[in-house]
Design a protein around this ligand. Structure first.
Ligand SMILES: CC(C)(COP(=O)(O)OP(=O)(O)OC[C@H]1O[C@@H](n2cnc3c(N)ncnc32)[C@H](O)[C@@H]1OP(=O)(O)O)[C@@H](O)C(=O)NCCC(=O)NCCS
Length: 175
């Protein structure tokens, strides 16, 4: 990282940190008693939005969610622990990482079930994107995530351009 990226009115990553805990209830599960993927995605989005807002002190909207893989089923009655923090701020957008664990509170067994990366944009009261303050990575893990976030952003923006091109070609064929 260069010093330009961490100076100014930056704030440590830790200050954006959010830990959210949910209990998996019957209404959150499918016929097998496993947590619904959509419910987990909703919780991931909420945890990430809180971290982005806590960092920027602005309302933040979800601009993009990277691919999410489900490593193992989470069962009815288990706890879901979501840890979210801002990995890197670009200009108006920021990458938030969310790490998800399931915990069987009867045995204490904890498993890492997902990691997700989301892009949030900080907006003003009219919905216009506004520049967010820098984030200051401190621990080794925070510095690693900060550095890797740039690579992921480049991939995302390439993907966005490609999707726009495909959509505009498809739309012009329909006309
Ligand atoms: C997100 C939103 C505010 C972006 O506004 P916009 O006028 O397109 O603004 P820009 O194109 O300048 O993008 C703003 C920032 O978002 C980033 N961005 C936008 N789409 C992105 C994507 N798919 N992936 C990664 N970054 C993205 C841009 O790179 C830019 O980042 P930067 O300022 O840090 O360089 C606007 O598209 C919006 O309001 N979308 C709906 C959000 C919403 O309702 N979310 C809930 C889920 S439906």
């Amino acid at each position: 990282m260069n010093s330009e990226e961490v100076k100014g009115d930056g704030r440590p990553v830790q200050q954006s940190h959010v830990e959210m805990v949910e209990l998996v209830l019957p209404n959150d599960t499918n016929q097998l008693g496993n947590l619904l993927g959509g419910r987990l995605m909703h919780w991931i989005d909420i945890a990430a939005a809180m971290a982005a807002t806590r960092h920027s002190n602005h309302v933040c909207v979800t601009a993009a969610v990277d691919e999410i893989s489900f490593l193992h089923p989470i069962k009815l009655g288990e706890l879901v622990i979501l840890r979210a923090s801002v990995n890197r701020v670009f200009n108006t957008s920021m990458e938030v990482g969310v790490k998800v664990f399931s915990e069987n509170s009867l045995t204490g067994e904890r498993k890492h079930s997902n990691s997700a990366y989301l892009t949030f944009v900080s907006i003003d009261t009219t919905g216009k994107p506004v520049t967010a303050r820098h984030v200051l990575p401190e621990s080794q893990d925070e510095v690693r995530r900060f550095e890797q976030a740039l690579f992921r952003r480049e991939q995302r923006l390439r993907h966005r351009e490609e999707t726009r091109r495909i959509w505009s070609e498809a739309t012009s064929r329909q006309e």
